[in-house]
Write a protein that binds this ligand. Structure first.
Ligand SMILES: [Zn+2]
Length: 466
């Protein structure tokens, strides 16, 4: 009996499925083609914001998930308004580790069809690309997330972490989708440890990979309206009560103002990392950006890059100016709006007090028209960051995985409020110049190759983070 048991033990050990054995292989070409079809169909679901109509997008995604046997819910229509909704789905693991969420926004910015070579809502598949509004911002991400999750389910991989799939309404205008989701369903996010969404590029410059960007921090949007009141009168008799010159003088002082430079830890790491892509003096400057900023030549070169300038300081752009609507009328008031973007470390009250001093006119009324969200900074010493590094280096040995700061705004701070480690990662390798042109621009498209590549990249990251 004993001997028989001993003989059985090795057999049991062999028969017990390991993670690798239990996984059925994925047909990556078939999965890529499936992603192409899903993205093409998804682009045709018109979620242009305004008005959004994301409920149609949510139902489109929910139908695919349910066909795969993954539970999905269309939520929040009652607070987002008719035709608008968020989507939530979950693929169950064994629960021994906390969940990973994949998040995208379903809404897209409007497209001016006359400037496109194809119908922007056609989802046309041509010349190796899927064309249409949202292909890269960010329905393409949503489809890569979806197919990676579906492939994990089909392959039977034993997951230690649940995979949560969220599609939000209204990122492009008011962020009301993510805010409603986080406020109303904290219990659905309670076990979520990590979250991946937009905000980290994998830029290619002239065919050469620059780095894998993981967005761990972003600037904070802080908008102000400045108002000066005066006495309306006929412009043929100039008066001192004209509010326009007062406002213009204050704006000129603000425009001249150079905000202080500050190197945050993530930005310092980013410059040190990318210095490897440069040579000679430039390499030395980037490797020690704090030191370089004290050197006039280095400082001028670094700040001449509009992106680098924007991640090294709070920025101020004067944008809206309104005085009179008639050339011959002195108006009762003059109004301007300025777009301020704060570093995560900046204190909004201190920045505003400094600006009021610079403007030097106590007759100006200042109003905050967009208050900054929670500061976004995330740790990099995590299992998910290591999984991203591993997946990146398998594809590009020696690849740089770094942490550029995002200068625009995303839904990440809304999720970060709950303590979730929230990374920006757009899983596509796109030429810099092409990316600049297409993002909210014309002829937005994603190559079929990239879509397949990105789906597999997300799949591997989810697998390595188990
Ligand atoms: Zn976006």
């Amino acid at each position: 009996m004993m001997r028989r048991l001993l003989l059985l033990i090795p057999l049991i050990l062999i028969a017990a499925p390991t993670r690798a054995q239990s996984a059925r292989p994925v047909d990556w070409n078939a999965l890529r083609d499936e992603a192409v079809q899903v993205l093409s169909d998804y682009i045709r679901v018109n979620t242009t914001n305004p008005p959004g109509n994301e409920k149609a997008g949510a139902e489109f995604l929910a139908a695919i998930l349910r066909r795969e046997g993954i539970e999905a819910q269309v939520l929040d229509e009652e607070v987002l308004g008719a035709g608008r909704a968020n989507l939530y789905a979950r693929l169950r693991g064994d629960g021994s580790k906390r969940a990973i969420a994949l998040v995208h926004h379903m809404d897209v910015v409007p497209a001016s069809a006359q400037h496109w070579t194809v119908d922007p809502l056609s989802g046309l598949v041509r010349d190796g690309y899927v064309w249409g509004r949202g292909a890269i911002d960010m329905k393409g991400d949503g489809v890569a997330h979806l197919l990676a999750m579906i492939a994990l389910k089909r392959s039977g991989v034993r997951l230690t972490r649940d995979i949560v799939y969220i599609a939000n309404a209204d990122e492009e205008l008011g962020s009301t989708g993510a805010v409603a989701f986080v406020d109303r369903h904290p219990e659905l996010l309670r076990d979520v440890e990590y979250l991946i969404t937009e905000g980290g590029d994998i830029p290619i410059q002239d065919g050469r990979l620059q780095f894998y960007g993981v967005g761990v921090a972003e600037k904070r949007t802080f908008w102000q309206r400045l108002r000066v009141t005066g006495t309306p009168s006929h412009a043929s008799r100039p008066t001192r009560e004209n509010p326009v010159p007062r406002l213009v003088a204050a704006l000129a002082r603000i425009a001249e103002y150079q905000t202080p430079l500050e190197v945050t830890p993530g930005v310092d790491k980013y410059f040190r990392d990318i210095s490897r892509n440069y040579e000679g003096q430039q390499r030395a400057w980037l490797a020690d950006v704090r030191g370089a900023l004290a050197n006039p030549a280095a400082r001028e070169w670094i700040l001449s890059d509009v992106y680098w300038n924007a991640i090294l300081r709070n920025t101020i752009s004067l944008t809206v100016v309104n005085g009179s609507s008639k050339t011959n009328v002195i108006p009762a008031e003059a109004v301007a709006e300025i777009d301020i973007r704060l570093l995560p470390s900046a204190d909004p009250d201190t920045v505003l007090a400094r600006l009021k001093t610079i403007a030097a006119d106590s007759g100006i009324t200042w109003t905050t028209i967009m208050a900054p969200k929670t500061p976004l900074e995330n740790p990099v010493d995590t299992d998910l960051f290591r999984a991203i590094e591993r997946a990146a280096r398998e594809r590009d040995p020696g690849a740089l995985v770094t942490t550029p700061m995002f200068t625009a705004a995303s839904d990440r701070p809304t999720y970060r409020r709950l303590g979730i480690v929230t990374y920006g990662l757009d899983p596509f390798r796109v030429e810099n110049a092409e990316h600049q042109k297409m993002m909210h621009g014309n002829d937005e498209r994603i190559s079929i190759e990239n879509l397949g590549w990105g789906t597999r990249f997300i799949y591997d990251i989810l697998l390595y983070a188990q």
